[in-house]
Design a protein around this ligand. Structure first.
Ligand code: DAK
Length: 258
């Protein structure tokens, strides 16, 4: 599909942003294709999505600076909304999305990675929000998600200074869960994905929703969110099979997403 390739391996969907000549920078067409690729995922089959970038240099080097350079205020706002809608679609996508960050994740690239549930990266990965050097603020959620993920002090240092950090520092501050040699990154992402995909899909989806929705609420409301999603798992075939397998001291035969 245009700038986004999509393949399926078992229950895992692998999406690759494919515009390597511009280091996979996000223009309107790339964003459109990315949104359409998520809309097209068959959720009866797919239990985890991996998102990566084409080539060995860049995940996404940000929003397309050439395209943005001539935007009016109104166009900039419309572009921001368009991107935000796609990123939010990923954030609340029913199944987990793993970002396999294979190089630069700058500006909109870091913001895209932060819209995913889990980030792992290659040793050459570089993360940052360089927007203030371009005369703008981060516009695809960078000021919001970075502060929530790594804390306001470190986020402010990165955002105000437009300072990029390398993979080891991203790991240390909790922006990524693990760092791998470039050639091992996709295998690691697939292993992580299949470890999730083997579990009861309805339960995994409900965990995603519980964590995301709960983080936006105070603890009293958050616990109610959890109660409802916990209750929602009961009477499913997978809940019955999971518990029966434990009581019968056997392995789960397979979870069927029902
Ligand atoms: N946009 C467009 N083209 C880009 C690009 C980008 N962000 N990043 C790289 N490219 C292109 C380069 O122009 C070059 O194209 P050619 O000259 O070959 O035609 C090609 O990719 C290779 O890049 P370099 O030659 O520069 O490669 P290097 O290895 O020397 O350097 C680099 C790699 C990643 C350090 C460098 O390319 C770089 O600094 N890129 C820009 C990184 C950056 O500043 N990213 C943040 C962009 S700002 C908004 C919502 C969201 C946003 C804004 C507004 N609203 C609410 C309105 C988001 C903003 C951003 O993401």
């Amino acid at each position: 599909m245009g700038f986004v390739d999509y393949e399926v391996e078992g229950h895992v969907g692998i999406m690759t942003i494919n515009r390597p000549k511009a280091l996979n920078a996000l223009n309107e067409d790339v964003l459109k294709d990315l949104g359409a690729a998520f809309d097209a995922v068959n959720l009866d089959e797919i239990r985890v999505v991996i998102l990566t970038g084409a080539g060995e240099k860049s995940f996404v080097a940000g929003a397309d600076i050439a395209a943005m350079s001539t935007m009016t205020k109104a166009e900039g706002e419309a572009f921001g909304k368009f991107g935000n809608d796609v990123f939010r679609k990923i954030e609340i996508f029913p199944v987990p999305v793993i970002a396999a960050v294979n190089g630069f994740a700058l500006g909109g690239g870091n913001e895209l990675a932060m819209s995913c549930d889990i980030r792992i990266c290659s040793e050459n990965a570089v993360f940052g929000q360089p927007e203030v050097g371009l005369g703008i603020t981060p516009g695809f959620g960078g000021t919001q998600r970075l502060a929530r993920l790594i804390g306001p002090g470190k986020a402010k240092e990165m955002v105000y200074g437009g300072r990029n950090i390398k993979a080891d520092e991203a790991y240390r501050v909790g922006l990524v869960n693990a760092v791998y040699p470039q050639e091992e990154l996709m295998a690691a992402a697939k292993k992580l994905a299949s470890g999730i995909a083997k579990n009861a899909p309805i339960a995994v989806r409900n965990c995603k929703k519980a964590i995301n929705d709960g983080l936006e609420a105070d603890m009293d409301q958050a616990i109610v969110v959890e109660e409802k999603l916990f209750g929602d798992c009961f009477e499913t075939e997978d809940q019955k099979e999971g518990m029966a397998a434990f009581l019968e001291k056997r392995k789960v035969e397979r979870f069927i997403n029902k």
